[in-house]
Design a protein around this ligand. Structure first.
Ligand code: SF4
Length: 289
């Protein structure tokens, strides 16, 4: 729970506040952009939510904060907000919320589909979220984008079983028991609507998952920057090989997609042609020293 005694002085007065344990993961900035902003390297409430939608967004940010740095002083609607997670973005694609500190606050996603539901990267383990997954039909596949976003995968697997996918180059002692450890850089089709695209760079075993030729789940390979106005990659947080990451980015030009769902930063939606333009700008930017 957030602690009032640690409340940052940068918060404006009102119900919501951020305390000084914030790790500046950025999750609240995109989940509730009207309420939270980066102020001096940490989050602060710069506008108290007004209206149902802003309040709902602020509560989703509160529940998603990986270090419980967001608090309220009154009118707790935790139970109602908890029931609203996972949050449907569109067409059975959900943002799970409940980000994990071990993933540095990375987002995870859930897909509801007839052939079996999918968890993409892992939220922290929360019983209420597990119960919501049960209501939505369980989990058949757990797809991991790279080694850093494993979080509580095993706990969800203990409840739902199924197969866990991770690239062999990102396996550690903690993940060597996963059911499906693919290798190399070949494109792999898991189903006709689900493709694995290896994108080494951020880590050696990073992959993107393309669903319905529309939704691209990118882990830490690719995100969108409002400041730059186009897609981008984390230049200063590349743990394997940035030149290799540029090649992997060029590889994505072979695919059409309209929705980028990253581990860090807000999901970004555009037409396939706008997305391609944005990706080309990203590649040029990556090549610029
Ligand atoms: S979600 Fe939590 S840790 Fe992340 S920036 Fe917001 S307050 Fe800080």
């Amino acid at each position: 729970m957030a602690q009032l005694k640690k409340k940052r002085t940068e918060n404006i007065e009102g119900n919501f506040y951020v305390d000084s344990d914030c790790i500046n993961c950025g999750a609240c900035y995109w989940i509730a952009p009207k309420t939270f902003e980066d102020v001096s390297g940490m989050s602060a409430v710069t506008h108290q939510p007004s209206g149902d939608q802003e309040e709902e967004d602020a509560y989703r940010a509160l529940l998603s904060c990986p270090v419980s740095s967001i608090g309220v002083t009154e009118n707790s609607k935790f139970a109602q907000a908890t029931r609203a997670l996972p949050y449907e973005l569109e067409e059975g694609v959900y943002h799970c919320g409940f980000h994990a500190e071990s993933s540095y606050g990375a987002a995870s996603f859930f897909i509801k589909r007839e052939k079996g539901n999918i968890l993409l990267d892992s939220p922290r383990y929360v019983k209420q979220l597990e119960n919501k997954f049960v209501e939505l039909g369980g989990i058949s596949l757990q797809l991991l984008s790279h080694r850093d976003d494993i979080a509580d995968t095993d706990k969800y697997w203990q409840r739902f079983q199924g197969e866990r996918y991770l690239h062999k180059d990102d396996v550690s002692a903690k993940t060597s028991h996963f059911e499906n450890l693919f290798k190399g850089e070949d494109i792999v089709s898991i189903d006709e609507d689900l493709t694995v695209i290896p994108v080494p760079g951020h880590t050696k075993g990073s992959v993107c998952y393309l669903y319905k030729n529309k939704y691209l789940f990118t882990g830490d390979h690719l995100a969108y920057s409002r400041k730059l106005g186009h897609l981008y990659a984390f230049k200063t947080a590349c743990w394997y090989d940035f030149k290799k990451q540029i090649e992997s980015m060029e590889r994505l030009l072979d695919f059409d997609f309209e929705y980028v769902l990253p581990g860090h930063g807000h999901p970004y939606k555009a037409s396939a042609s706008e997305m391609r333009d944005s990706l080309e700008k990203c590649i040029q930017w990556m090549k610029t020293p």
